[in-house]
Design a protein around this ligand. Structure first.
Ligand code: FEO
Length: 397
C-alpha cells in the first residue's frame, strides 16, 4: 500500500507480511498475515517511528521514500527492540549514518547486543519531550509491553499514540488501515485477541500500568505497529486490552472452553454429550479438537473464559500427548484460576486422571470433577457425560 496520512504531516508507511508462516517462529499466521506498521513524521526534523522485519527491508525503504528521502532522516524512534520492528536497523544506519536512535536505556544495550550499534543513540526519559518543528513527541516508558525495554511515543499536536505491540493484533491489513474504513471489525478484533493471548498476556499488570500512565494523554489516534490504526474510536482497542488484561485478575466470561482429543472416538462421543449439557445450561462453549488445532487459536478462549472442560484418553499410562502439550502451553502462559473438569476413556489401567490432578495443582485451577471411564461410551455413560456438562456449566453462573 502507498503512504497514508494519519494526521497532518504524519504518515503510515507500513508493510504487510503474508509470507511468514509462524510469528516468533511459533504462532501461525499463514492465513491471517501480519502488518509491520511504521510511520514517518515529515517536519523540520524528519522522524521514522519503528521499522519492520528484515524480510521486508526493501519494501519499507520504498514506503519511507514516498514521504522523505531515507538518507535525510534525523531520528528513528525505537519503541521496541523485537526484530519484527528492528530487523532493518543496521540498513537504516548505513543509509542514514547521521540518524539518532531514540529509545530507552534498556533498548540501548539491546542495540549493541543484537546489532552491534553503540553510537548515535539518545536514551529518552519518561515524559521527555522532543520538538520537531510543528510536531512534538512525548515518550512514555512502558516496560513489559511487550519486552522490558518497551516504550510508547505520543505525537502531542495530532494526539497520535505510537504504541508498537500494545493495542496491536495479527492480521495483514486488508486494503485499508483505519478502523473507520471497515464496517465489520470482527477479523481485526479476533486477531487482536489472539495476538494478545499469544504475545502479551503474560504481562497483564504491565499492560494495565501502561494504560494507567496514558490516562492523561490526549490520544486521538492509536497507531500500533501491528494491525489496525484506531482513529474513529481509539478507546475501543484500549478498552479491549484493558478487558483482556483484567481476565488475568479474575474478571472472566462465564463460558467454557472444551478441549478434547480422541484416539478411536470413545472420548469424542462423550464430548458431544458434555457439550450438549453445557449448552442446555445456557452457557456458551467453544469446542477444540487439540489434535488439529494449534494452541495459538485455543489460548484466546482459555484466557477469557472461566471454565475449562478436558476430554482426553489415557495413552501408555499417561494423558494423551496432544492434550498434554496444550496444557503445558497453558501452564507456560500462567493462565491460572480457572474451573476445570476432566473426562476420558482408558483401556486397562488409566493414568490420565493422575496427570490432570498434578497439572491442575500447578495451574492453581479448581477441579470440579475428574472422571476416567473404562472402554467405550455406553448409553449410561453418555447420560452421565451430559449431566457433567450441565452441572459444570451451572457452577460457573
Ligand atoms: Fe511486534 Fe514484541 O514485537
Amino acid at each position: 500500500m502507498a503512504k497514508i496520512e494519519v494526521s497532518p504531516g504524519i504518515y503510515w508507511i507500513g508493510v504487510n507480511d503474508r509470507t511468514t508462516d509462524l510469528f516468533e517462529g511459533l504462532w501461525p499466521i499463514t492465513q491471517e498475515g501480519v502488518s509491520y506498521n511504521a510511520y514517518v513524521i515529515a517536519d523540520e526534523k524528519k522522524v521514522l517511528i519503528d521499522m519492520a522485519k528484515d524480510l521486508k527491508g526493501d519494501a519499507l525503504l520504498d514506503q519511507i521514500a514516498e514521504v522523505v528521502d531515507p538518507a535525510s532522516l534525523d531520528y528513528i524512534v525505537i519503541n521496541h527492540m523485537e526484530p519484527d520492528h528492528t530487523g532493518v536497523v543496521r540498513t537504516m544506519r548505513r543509509i542514514a549514518p547521521q540518524v539518532q536512535f531514540l529509545c530507552t536505556k534498556r533498548a540501548k544495550s539491546m542495540l549493541e547486543n543484537y546489532y552491534r550499534i553503540t553510537d548515535g543513540i539518545h536514551v529518552v526519559k519518561h515524559g521527555e519531550v522532543l520538538n520537531l518543528g510543528s510536531h512534538q513527541l512525548k515518550f512514555y516508558i512502558t516496560p513489559m509491553v511487550h519486552w522490558p525495554e518497551t516504550m510508547m511515543t505520543l505525537e502531542t499536536t495530532g494526539g497520535v499514540l505510537f504504541s508498537c505491540d500494545a493495542f496491536g493484533g495479527y492480521g495483514a491489513l486488508q486494503g485499508a488501515i483505519f478502523d473507520e474504513d471497515y464496517e465489520d471489525l470482527s477479523f481485526y478484533e479476533r486477531e487482536a485477541l489472539r495476538y494478545y493471548a499469544n504475545i502479551v498476556a503474560l504481562f497483564p499488570k504491565a499492560v494495565l500500568k501502561a494504560i494507567d500512565k496514558l490516562a492523561d494523554a490526549p490520544i486521538k489516534v492509536v497507531a500500533p505497529s501491528h494491525g489496525l490504526v484506531w482513529r474513529k474510536d481509539p478507546q475501543r482497542i484500549v478498552n479491549l486490552y484493558t478487558k483482556w488484561a483484567k481476565c488475568a485478575l479474575g474478571e472472566l466470561e462465564p463460558g467454557v472452553t472444551l478441549l478434547y482429543a480422541t484416539m478411536y472416538g470413545n472420548t469424542e462421543k462423550m464430548v458431544e454429550a458434555v457439550a450438549h449439557g453445557v449448552a442446555r445450561a445456557g452457557v456458551p462453549v467453544d469446542v477444540f479438537d487439540v489434535r488439529h488445532t494449534h494452541v495459538s487459536y485455543i489460548l484466546p478462549s482459555v484466557y477469557t473464559r472461566r471454565g475449562v472442560l478436558i476430554g482426553a484418553p489415557t495413552y501408555e499410562g499417561e494423558l494423551f500427548p496432544p492434550m498434554a502439550h496444550v496444557l503445558d502451553m497453558i501452564l507456560r502462559k500462567r493462565i491460572q484460576g480457572r474451573d476445570v473438569a476432566y473426562f476420558g476413556s482408558y483401556g486397562w489401567s488409566g493414568g490420565a486422571r493422575r496427570e490432570i490432578a498434578t497439572l491442575v495443582e500447578k495451574l492453581q485451577w479448581h477441579l470440579f470433577q475428574s472422571w476416567e471411564f473404562l472402554g467405550g461410551a455406553s448409553a449410561d455413560k453418555l447420560v452421565q457425560a451430559e449431566e457433567l456438562g450441565y452441572r459444570f456449566a451451572q457452577s460457573l453462573k
